[in-house]
Design a protein around this ligand. Structure first.
Ligand SMILES: [Zn+2]
Length: 250
């Protein structure tokens, strides 16, 4: 909290009279509280907005603090930096866990990384403990649990050399992302999806699109596209600021 406070003060650059402060954090965030954070459990239950607002007040900054999920901040940042503040933006972040961000912000819970993508009883590698989840297949942590004898990089390398076990997993990995994306399309409509995170290096776009094509068959829903976008922390920061601005203006 002290680090966050100091970062806000540095970003404000001596200004005390500011409209709002936006901070993106991992986890399930509602009303300024981190209700759950499977990959950062020490955050669970933290009343971050209240705490940060309090410590900023001591420094003379009385602006309201908006806490949003970091993937949502990323989506807002993409919308802002690509001039699409009037569009729907969805982003998957493929890292230790799987993040799902969407813009514009709406009420509700959007734990897209925990979308159920398989009914196989043995699929239980997700950080949250849930069965059949996207993150349990695609997450870096989950892949290491699944392949105790090799790193995720080696799994995808070995798949290229024709290894059946690794090849099957590579297909499953792409199918899982296609399935979660298809579910989002069936619930929210088509549009643009972005992919980011250090494991986008494993994505084969042709394979992903082929599976997605098999999963989305209704023609009004087929105007979707997927694009890899650079994982820039600045984009998340901009998105958090956009969210704080929109909250302050509301
Ligand atoms: Zn999960």
């Amino acid at each position: 909290m002290e680090v966050l406070r100091d970062q806000v003060i540095a970003a404000a650059g001596g200004q005390k009279n500011i409209d709002g402060v936006g901070v993106g954090v991992p986890g399930l965030v509602r009303n300024g509280v981190v209700e759950e954070a499977p990959n950062l459990p020490q955050l669970k239950g933290a009343r971050m907005a209240e705490m940060l607002q309090g410590s900023l007040r001591n420094e003379g900054i009385t602006a309201p603090v908006t806490i949003i999920n970091d993937a949502d901040a990323f989506a807002a940042g993409i919308a802002a930096t690509t001039g699409k503040l009037d569009a729907v933006v969805r982003v998957w972040t493929l890292g230790v866990g799987i993040g799902y961000g969407r813009y514009p912000a709406t009420d509700g819970v959007w734990e897209g990384g925990h979308t159920v993508v398989t009914l196989d009883d043995k699929e239980n590698y997700c950080g949250c403990g849930g069965r059949g989840h996207l993150e349990g297949i695609m997450g870096h942590r989950a892949m290491r649990l699944r392949f105790l004898d090799m790193e995720p990089e080696e799994v995808f390398e070995t798949a290229k050399k024709g290894d059946v076990r690794c090849g099957d997993f590579k297909k499953l990995w792409h199918k899982a992302l296609a399935a979660a994306t298809a579910s989002s399309i069936h619930l929210r409509g088509p549009g643009k999806f972005y992919l980011a995170g250090f494991n986008v290096r494993f994505v084969e776009m042709a394979m992903l699109n082929e599976y997605l094509h098999q999963m989305v068959k209704m023609s009004p829903l087929q105007s979707y596209s997927i694009e890899v976008i650079n994982e820039a922390q600045e984009t998340r920061v901009i998105g958090a600021a956009v969210s704080a601005h929109q909250t302050a203006a509301a």
